[in-house]
Design a protein around this ligand. Structure first.
Ligand SMILES: Cc1ncc(COP(=O)(O)O)c(C=O)c1O
Length: 398
């Protein structure tokens, strides 16, 4: 769907063969349009936002503000003030967890399938406040049942629920709108970790009715080192600042300060201007195709990859066949070794390990697995090469 010629990393050759990049859940590749925008910042107006009145500063302010407006539209937020730029999704989730407090009898819920970045901030919050941390348990294939969440919400005094939108292990997408009704009816807040959905699933924060949402630019074609936190205006207004310093205030005395308005209040110090502006270019690139078309493309190639993979002997495969994330193990072979073989023989780059969802692997005593994760620049030919290489592994090594 996306032309591979837009992605310079794919034009390289290793042992005369192109790379087959199937590790998109970890990091997406960057189109030339995004790279150009980053270079443009550094080569034409490498300056600060907001505080300067010269030409370079004005251009930085204009481009930085434009990127925030693009992000606002991308998520259908009500106001650009609801978009706080951060280092990544992890920092965005920590911004919430570090800023709120829970009473001793209150609880926070996460699912049994969360990435460490959406587990540890809440573990720490529970420890700090002596609140409870409850797990919405999944089965051994990572399936979650809404009735179990509903029951937890009925039985406990829950203050906050934080869940993935799309799982980085199974590719499953949670019905956030339905969940937000359950969570809000119980008087709790909903935080959504949209790190995996940002590129391929439509995100409308007003329709989802989530209170906070976090994502990373680097998983949606943008530069590394940038992410964002969306927060409903009335929530952000009540949230204490996590980091303070330059940009977060409009005036200071030796022993006091006057805080800046949103969103500056949460963006301490000079920002990653090149990264944010590059993320704006990534949003433009995605919008040119539209997430509905991207989603159906991913579903289609995912289904084909899933079907092929599930036919190979000795493969145990989990996940949503249409999720674009295929996590599997090869019985009798170490996942790390298999990943090394795929890279060395055919330049096929996949992930091996516990995919930062150690808690799920440890709970069910699953062995480490391999993960193929698809992006809209992947195609069927690449899937066929990967499939044949995996068949070869099974035939010769197991
Ligand atoms: C579901 C999910 N949440 C959160 C993160 C953390 O993202 P980052 O490392 O960019 O903060 C990841 C990264 O892989 C992820 O897959």
């Amino acid at each position: 769907m996306f032309p591979q010629s837009d992605f310079p990393a794919l034009s390289q050759k290793f042992k005369n063969k192109p790379p087959i990049y199937l590790d998109n859940a970890c990091m997406s590749l960057k189109p030339q349009q995004v790279i150009n925008k980053v270079i443009e910042y550094y080569s034409q107006y490498p300056s600060c936002h907001g505080r300067t009145t010269h030409k370079f500063g004005l251009r930085t302010t204009e481009e930085f503000d434009a990127a925030r407006i693009k992000a606002k539209k991308f998520l259908n937020a009500k106001s650009p003030a609801e978009i706080i730029f951060t280092k990544n999704a992890t920092e965005a989730l920590n911004l919430v967890s570090q800023s709120i407090t829970l009473e001793a009898e209150e609880s926070v819920i996460t699912s049994g399938l969360e990435h460490n970045s959406n587990l540890l901030p809440w573990q720490e919050l529970a420890k700090r406040t002596k609140a409870y941390h409850l797990i919405w348990e999944c089965d051994e294939k990572g399936n979650l049942d809404l009735n179990i969440l509903s029951d937890l919400l009925k039985r406990h005094k829950v203050k906050l629920v934080s869940l993935f939108h799309k799982s980085n292990l199974t590719g499953a997408v949670l019905p956030v709108k339905e969940i937000s009704e359950l969570v809000h009816n119980a008087g709790a807040w909903l935080v959504v970790d949209a790190a995996q959905s940002a590129l391929s699933v439509n995100i409308d924060v007003q329709e989802m009715n989530c209170d906070f949402l976090a994502l990373s630019s680097h998983k949606m074609l943008g530069p590394t080192g940038v992410g964002l936190l969306y927060g409903k205006l009335n929530f952000l207004e009540r949230l204490p600042s996590f980091l303070v310093g330059g940009e977060t205030v409009i005036d200071t005395e030796y022993h006091s300060m006057t805080k800046a308005n949103l969103p500056d209040r949460f963006e301490a110090g000079l920002q990653n201007y090149a990264g944010v502006i590059g993320m704006g270019a990534a949003i433009d690139y995605i919008e040119k195709y539209g997430r509905e078309k991207i989603n159906s493309y991913i579903k289609n190639i995912s289904r084909k990859a899933f079907e092929k993979l599930s036919k190979i002997d000795k493969i145990s495969l989990i996940g949503d066949p249409e999720g674009g994330i295929l996590t599997f193990s090869i019985r009798g072979m170490s996942s790390q070794e298999a990943a090394r073989f795929l890279d060395e023989s055919e330049n096929i780059m996949v992930r091996a390990g516990k995919m930062c969802v150690h808690s799920f692997f440890n709970h069910f005593k699953h062995p480490e697995m391999l993960r193929i994760s698809l992006a809209p620049y992947n195609n069927e030919a690449e899937i066929n090469i990967a499939n044949s290489a995996i068949e070869k592994i099974v035939k010769f090594f197991v």
